[in-house]
Design a protein around this ligand. Structure first.
Ligand code: FAD
Length: 462
């Protein structure tokens, strides 16, 4: 039996543990070490006074069968809660009002969200030549401005990128953040043509090809009592394999494979190691073993972000809250990045007569925000929100979650960094890195990467 260590008990480490236990318990005995007394990493849910408030992520898109299969194997399918389809309407705050983003091209063309010039520029997209140099790592902003114009890039794409990555649209790499867009331009020469082709193909297959609430594809899904339910299920099932309050401080090469140190007087040898901590921690714990490897990991930047959950009496909000929420382009003079109308999306998130809202603030374009005091954050958030939603009373409930290094940033050059990492790892058979810092930041991306890493490990052992 091979001894395998997993370092880190967020969704990445826990799904690696699950895949090893479900598929490879015949050849290996995994142990997961988590530095905190709780599991989940950025996934957490507070259940206080009838409010159910997610810390970081509040759901995942149901488009990845592997994630749904894992949920089923954990016995949690009955606990899933898809976002209410009535919450499908999404808005962008611009020109001092909320503008609905319509899925219908005709309605979109009538919307005042973009100026007439901006709308006309967008319709010219199919006639814009595709790029020639595919090796260049283009920023999301340059790509979007090139294809659909600067106004659409500032108004539509900048807030979406802030909402997903907490990132700055001018420095993030298109190929690393949205590889699908590169493929669309490459194959069809145009995003609009590619979208029509996909809709046609989806129709043929029998699906609408349209997005569900909150999703470019897939339907936003969580659990009835908050996202932390999945973490509780992992803990219940794998209690014997999990050690909390165990911070790995170093990984070193050893005769059998790798020696993991936990402080100065505790260590243990393993045949293989899966490190699922954030990249900056992975950098720290590999520094003694290999300075170059550590520097590559340390070069992946992170942005800070804060989530402010607010409860209001329903009658104190003048807006219908009939949708998913809204995003705010940086050009509109507000500091908040966006607001999700939690109570309209999932049931049971607030007590009778009250509603819960969730506001994101910070990100790469506002790095100081997440380190402000709770009082200062609350003032900014309520000040920004009040006129938009016509709020007439103070919040009855406040929970603030701050993430100093919350979301990895796939900046220009990210693909090269990954290549360097893979090249360096050739020297370390049996050592793997999973987590959100490499292929994608969503929960689905983390599950997919952990599955891949576990399959690589299986091949290494056989
Ligand atoms: C505010 C916010 C909102 C988000 N919203 C969404 C969303 O709605 N949908 C979505 O799909 N994704 C969302 N994401 C992204 C998603 O939450 C993350 O990408 C994902 O949870 C990362 O999981 P992970 O296991 O890779 O890392 P983490 O969750 O960071 O877990 C790493 C774990 O390693 C542990 N650890 C660290 N150092 C050590 C050590 N030395 N020894 C042992 N253990 C250690 C940590 O304590 C932690 O438990 C959001 C992220 C944030 C911050």
């Amino acid at each position: 039996m091979k001894k395998v260590a997993i370092i880190g008990g967020g969704i990445s480490g826990l799904s690696a543990l699950h895949f090893l236990m479900i598929r490879h318990s015949d050849i290996c005995q995994p142990v997961l070490f988590e530095k905190e007394s709780r599991l989940g990493g950025t996934i957490g849910t507070d259940r206080i006074g009838g409010f159910v408030s997610d810390w970081g992520p509040n759901g995942f898109l149901d488009k990845v069968p592997l994630t749904l299969q894992m949920v089923d194997e954990l016995g949690a399918t009955d606990l899933l809660e898809p976002a209410d389809s009535a919450s499908g309407r999404r808005f962008i705050y611009a020109h001092n009002r909320l503008n609905e983003i319509s899925a219908s091209p005709l309605a979109f063309m009538r919307s005042p969200l973009l100026s007439l010039r901006g709308r006309l520029r967008l319709t010219a997209e199919p006639f814009i030549k595709k790029r020639i140099n595919w090796d260049e790592d283009e920023s999301i902003y340059n790509f979007v401005a090139r294809r659909i114009g600067r106004e659409a890039a500032d108004t539509l794409i900048d807030p979406m990128v802030s909402g997903i990555f907490g990132g700055a649209v001018r420095s993030l790499s298109l190929a690393s953040c949205f590889p699908i867009m590169v493929a669309m331009e490459k194959e069809h020469g145009s995003l609009i043509k590619a979208m029509f082709a996909r809709m046609k193909a989806a129709k043929k297959k029998g699906s609408s090809g349209k997005a569900g609430p909150a999703g470019p594809a897939g339907h936003l899904t969580s659990f009835k009592n908050g996202l932390v339910t999945i973490i509780e299920k992992f803990h219940e099932k794998y209690d014997q394999q999990i050690k909390t309050d165990q911070a790995a401080t170093a990984i070193k090469k050893s005769k059998a494979g790798y020696l993991i140190e936990f402080g100065s007087n505790q260590s243990e040898e393993f045949d293989a190691v899966i490190c699922s901590t954030p990249a900056f921690t992975a950098a720290d714990i590999t520094a003694d073993m290999d300075g170059s490897l550590s520097r590559i990991l340390a070069s992946i930047p992170y942005s800070s972000i804060a989530v402010v959950c607010l409860g209001f009496r329903r009658e104190d909000i003048g807006h219908d809250l009939d949708g998913f929420g809204f995003l705010v382009p940086r050009t509109q003079g507000k500091r908040i990045l966006g607001n999700i109308w939690t109570s309209s999306i999932f049931s049971g998130r607030s007590p009778e007569g009250l509603v819960q809202l969730r506001v994101m603030i910070g990100g790469a374009s506002d790095p100081e925000a997440a380190s402000l005091s709770d009082g200062a954050l609350l003032d900014i958030v309520t000040g920004d929100l009040e006129p938009i939603l016509n709020i007439s009373g103070p919040p009855a409930f406040v929970r603030i979650f701050k993430f100093a290094r919350g979301i990895p940033q796939f900046t220009i050059g990210h693909r090269n960094r990954l290549q360097q990492l893979n090249d360096r790892l050739v020297r370390y058979p049996g050592l793997y890195f999973t987590g959100n810092a490499y292929d994608g930041v969503s929960l689905n991306d983390c599950v997919i990467r952990s599955d891949k890493v576990v399959k690589d490990m299986r091949r290494y052992f056989s």
